[in-house]
Design a protein around this ligand. Structure first.
Ligand code: ATP
Ligand code: MG
Length: 450
């Protein structure tokens, strides 16, 4: 007992102590009222049966920063089967690590059993040749569960019953200093799971935290390890990053840390072209604004925007090789999606949105006859039109074209007919060529501005 106390008093700050700091509400200020009633019911239910149960991870961190958590995760010493037996409406999920989902009405609370630190000798823990952990389904103590987490600020346990925080890794101090610090040896922890590098960037950009020097140092040289992470996991993390409401800051920081190569391979090229950079930044800014205003967002739209200037370049090249504009565009789209898929493949459902948005772009230049009507009736008209506006705003296309479409949408039938007069679209007449296939659109140069 005394030895434990001494160890606690003398333990170094950077190494996690077996005994946590127990911080009362008077010191941290977090009231149990901030915890969702479902999460409180879970901790109380487990505690009544004699188990330990805490709110943990991102929720504690976000609440201490005065932000609204996305969800409340619970950590416990009960096994998944024991958790399952406490709550009638619950089910065990997950293959890699088994979790329990406890349902209350619409609400689902995720409960996980304390897990051991990765990288041990156990049978169930295997790593690839770079040190990446392939399996980590080993139960552990609460202390181990704290230290297997990524950053100190993500490793605090909050007990809604006592309103105490159990802090094994000095997360509270780091949070107060607005510092993002890796638990353990950063180099090793990134090797175990390279996604932690992306999490470092996302959390620091989103929460306005500075990545502590030792935590930041290995990132540049370990960035290539992202290539070994399964594409689906990278995509998931990329989605979190792009739709965090802080995508602009995240992407700038990714670039700064040299982490963008493995994600959107063309991003570095794009960002180096002034027009491309402007376009991407505007797309990110509008996404950030929509996320922060709680408006719906379309991943297909944003991915279409991120890769647009690559499509433009490939489109131009295909035309220079002799293809007529429309087949050249389709070839360019396939080419860009194919290259992208080698690094981080975009799920099919978003891929088809992207292609529709891209393929509609030249059709905005056809403003005579029935053509504008078929564009207007296209199910992706709205997204494609918003995309056109972005192209105009970034200076790629004459603003007049987006204005025409804005007016055309709102106009009554009679006005629309008048708008179709050929002298309202001299550009199109000049460019009109015989369509290659039956009802293909007339050709258009990749850019409508020159
Ligand atoms: P947000 O929900 O805002 O994305 P979060 O920190 O809650 O952030 P989750 O993915 O929900 O992120 O993870 C919950 C917790 O699990 C984290 O707070 C952290 O403690 C732990 N964790 C998540 N990913 C990792 C990882 N790659 N390595 C170690 N621990 C992790
Ligand atoms: Mg979370």
């Amino acid at each position: 007992m005394i030895r434990k106390l001494l160890r606690r008093v003398f333990s170094g700050r950077s190494s996690p102590s077996a005994q946590p700091q127990v911080v009362p509400r008077s010191k941290h200020g977090l009231s149990k009222d901030k915890i969702s009633s479902s999460a409180r019911r879970v901790t109380a239910g487990l505690q009544e049966k004699g188990f330990a149960a805490y709110v943990v991870g991102g929720a504690v961190r976000d609440l201490l920063l005065g932000l609204e958590p996305k969800d409340f995760d619970i950590a416990t010493d009960a096994t998944p089967e024991q958790v399952r037996s406490v709550f009638r409406r619950s089910r065990i999920i997950g293959r890699r690590f088994r979790l329990v989902h406890v349902m209350f009405g619409e609400d689902t609370v995720e409960v996980s059993t304390f897990r051991a630190r990765q990288g041990g000798e156990q049978e169930d823990q295997r790593a690839d040749e770079h040190g990446r952990i392939l399996r980590d389904n080993v139960f552990g103590t609460q202390e181990e569960d704290a230290t297997r987490r990524d950053f100190t600020i993500n490793a605090m346990f909050y007990d809604p019953t006592t309103e105490q925080i159990l802090d094994f890794c000095d997360g509270l101090d780091d949070l107060k200093a607005r510092r993002l610090r890796m638990i353990g040896d950063p180099d090793q922890r990134y090797r175990e799971d390279p996604v932690r590098m992306l999490r470092a960037v996302r959390l620091s950009a989103k929460l306005g935290l500075k990545i502590e020097a030792d935590t930041r140092a290995p990132i540049k040289s370990l960035a290539p390890l992202l290539a070994n992470v399964p594409s689906s996991r990278l995509f998931e993390e990329m989605m979190k990053l792009l739709f965090s409401g802080h995508a602009t800051a995240c992407l700038l920081q990714l670039r700064q840390e040299g982490l963008h190569h493995g994600l959107l391979p063309m991003l570095d090229v794009i960002l180096e072209q002034p027009m491309g950079e402007r376009f991407v930044m505007m797309a990110l800014k509008s996404t950030d604004e929509r996320v922060r205003a709680d408006k719906s967002i379309s991943p297909g739209f944003l991915f279409a925007a991120l890769l647009w200037h690559e499509v433009l370049a490939a489109w131009k090249q295909s035309q220079e090789e002799g293809l007529s504009p429309l087949p050249a565009l389709f070839k360019a789209m396939d080419h860009v999606i194919h290259i992208q898929a080698e690094k981080l493949s975009i799920p099919k459902r978003f891929g088809s949105d992207m292609k529709d948005i891209w393929a509609l772009q030249p059709r905005f230049l056809g403003r005579s006859g029935r053509r504008p009507y078929s564009v207007l009736a296209h199910p992706r008209f709205r997204a494609a039109y918003d995309f056109l506006v972005l192209r105009c705003d970034s200076g790629e296309v004459d603003a007049e074209i987006a204005e025409w479409w804005e007016n055309f949408q709102k106009a009554d039938e009679e006005t629309r007919k008048q708008m179709l007069l050929p002298d309202r679209s001299p550009r199109k007449r000049r460019r009109r060529r015989k369509p290659a296939g039956g009802n293909a659109e007339p050709g258009a140069a990749p850019t409508g501005s020159e």
